[in-house]
Design a protein around this ligand. Structure first.
Ligand code: NAP
Length: 356
């Protein structure tokens, strides 16, 4: 049996889903893959559980329920207060372990870098370190022991596909992506003739948006994903190099949330007019990340209705690669780009891929 100890940083929606998946899949991994994946440490912002022999399944299951109830891991009988993720990696790390980052924090980078210096592997769903300075990306990914499939399109294999194209020395000319399920949902609704403000309320009540939906509407998250794909292609860019046009006019970004929501209907007529103007040219609106000629642009575009992006509906993600070997009809990946189980599955797959 191959034993790969796991140190899991983050116990939010994705972290908890990952714990559930690992517990459920343990018999399968043992029988099919000859693989044991003991969790030797699990941390949230304030607390940690650490057990070098592997935390017992019942301890993890109870901790998962505790976290779902809003408490900290520090409050568990076996838990203790942690303020330093590098110390956790230092104490719990052993040869052959994988450090897993399912936080949404910039603060994990030192712990990930320490793990790589020690020769450990890292699997992450956290875009923030990878979309930070180019040098940080180079240090993490250049180690060759760093997987990050869930950072773009959840488990839709955007990163692996990008790498496969590069391995074949294909020339990637243009990548176009719809990388936000939330904004895709709004675009589909606008196309169906619905007002922006009503769609926004619906997206919020269905839990598709962040608590303040302007986090999604600002386009930063899409820009981060586009930057990660571009850097995976070998392009050297910083966030500041991205030509980002937020979905919302700047005046609305600065308002208190309640005022913004009260005034969202002011935007209905403008979006309806854009939809009508696009339709007159047989186009539809999509919030697109486009990588072309070494540059990234992110913003609302009117794309041909019969294009792959134009055909997209609902909150799926889609990435189209136009390359030397896919010149006319692009290589297209499409699927659920959000959802905690899909994100956790991408990380789960990355962990197991280290054994391959
Ligand atoms: N949700 C999705 O559908 C999805 C899809 C693809 C990728 N992702 C990515 O997956 C990651 C996790 O998403 P999520 O929805 O699970 O987020 P979340 O619910 O906000 O959970 C984040 C977790 O990280 C912990 N954390 C934050 N800073 C930390 C620190 N410095 N040290 C230790 N733990 C820290 C938080 O601790 P506390 O519990 O103590 O606050 C929390 O447990 C994010 O990077 C997200 O972008 C999510």
């Amino acid at each position: 049996m191959t034993r790969i100890p796991l140190i899991i940083l983050g116990a939010g929606n994705v972290g908890r889903a990952l714990i559930r998946q690992l517990l459920e899949a343990a018999p399968l991994h043992a029988a099919r893959d000859g693989l044991a994946l003991p969790i030797v440490a699990w941390c949230d912002r304030a607390g940690a559980l650490v057990e070098p022999d592997g935390l017992a399944p019942e301890t993890l299951a109870a901790a998962e329920v505790t976290k779902a109830g809003g408490a900290s891991l520090a409050e568990l009988p076996q838990g203790y207060h942690q303020h330093d993720l590098t110390a956790i990696v230092d104490v719990a790390g052993t040869d052959g372990c994988v450090v897993v980052d399912v936080t949404a924090s910039a603060d994990t980078a030192p712990a990930l870098e320490l793990a790589l210096r020690r020769g450990y592997c890292v699997a992450t769903a956290n875009k923030i370190p990878l979309a930070g300075a180019q040098a940080t990306f180079d240090g993490l990914v250049g180690s060759g022991r760093f997987r990050y499939e869930s950072t773009v399109g959840s488990a839709v294999p955007v990163i692996e596909t990008t790498r496969a194209l590069l391995r074949a020395a294909d020339r990637v000319d243009v990548v176009r992506g719809v990388l936000s399920g939330t904004l895709g949902y709004l675009c589909s609704g606008l196309q169906a003739g619905r007002p922006f403000s009503a769609l926004l309320q619906e997206a919020m009540s269905r839990g598709y948006t962040e608590p303040d939906p302007r986090v999604d509407l600002g386009g930063q998250d899409v820009a981060r994903k586009a930057l990660i794909v571009a850097r995976t292609l070998g392009w050297r860019l910083e966030m500041a190099d991205i030509q980002l046009t937020p979905w919302l006019p700047p005046d609305y970004a600065a308002l208190p949330l309640a005022d913004f929501l009260a005034r969202a209907a002011e935007l209905d007529a403008g979006f309806a007019a854009q939809v009508t103007a696009a339709a007159a040219e047989d186009r539809v609106l999509r919030y697109v990340a486009e990588l072309a000629g070494g540059r990234i642009t992110v913003g609302l575009q009117a794309v041909p209705t019969d294009s792959v992006l134009g055909q997209l509906r609902g909150n799926d993600n889609l990435v189209a690669f136009h390359t030397r070997y896919y010149p006319d009809s692009p290589l297209v990946l499409q699927g659920r780009g959000a959802g905690v189980d899909a994100a956790a599955a991408g990380v789960h797959s990355d962990i197991v891929a280290f054994t391959g």
